[in-house]
Design a protein around this ligand. Structure first.
Ligand SMILES: [Zn+2]
Length: 181
């Protein structure tokens, strides 16, 4: 039996040093992979990884867009289709809706119940969404509060706006949009 009492041969010391470096790097890699995995899991629980909303328009409030994306996925899990039929609108688009409503309803007085002017429309501010089809709108009214979305008008089952920060209940619905003129 040989007892080794002197310095380790250079070759052995190098091999041990290299093994220690490899072990350290492996530990770092495993830690980094775990952190990436953890962050990926967190992101998957939010709306960040969701596919883009079909029909979404640029200009929608990002938080409203996020809430709608979450709602759409939750509705789909319940077997209900939820689609955005109108989001952000330019002032010109809103004005043409006003003009069209006057034509359709025959008077500005009646048109006011269904559409707001560009200066007070929440759609122009990117703060309102219209959803469909009917089943989807009904589903959203039922689940909207927990998702931070509130139906706004009694005569428009499709129009939703965000629940205000800190609010625990949706505000009472307006009968129609005429009060916003
Ligand atoms: Zn609307």
């Amino acid at each position: 039996m040989t007892l080794y009492v002197g310095r380790l041969p250079e070759r052995v010391r190098r091999r041990r040093a290299r093994a220690a470096v490899i072990a350290a790097v492996a530990t770092l890699c495993a830690t980094a992979a775990f952190v990436v995995h953890l962050l990926g899991g967190l992101a998957a629980n939010g709306a960040d990884d969701l596919p883009p909303t079909p029909g979404s328009a640029a200009g929608l409030d990002p938080e409203l867009q996020r809430r709608f994306d979450v709602a759409r996925v939750a509705a789909a899990a319940d077997g209900v289709e939820l689609k955005l039929t109108s989001g952000w609108r330019s002032a010109a688009e809103q004005q043409s809706l006003v003009d069209g409503a006057v034509e359709k309803y025959g008077s500005l007085e009646e048109a006011r119940r269904w559409v707001l002017p560009p200066e007070s429309s929440a759609h122009v501010q990117g703060k309102a969404i219209d959803v469909g089809p009917t089943d989807g709108a009904l589903w959203l009214e039922q689940h909207g509060l927990e998702l931070g979305l509130c139906r706004t008008y009694a005569n428009e089952m499709w129009h939703f706006e965000m629940l205000a920060d800190g609010a625990t209940a949706c505000p009472e619905m307006h009968l129609d949009s005429s009060g916003g003129w």
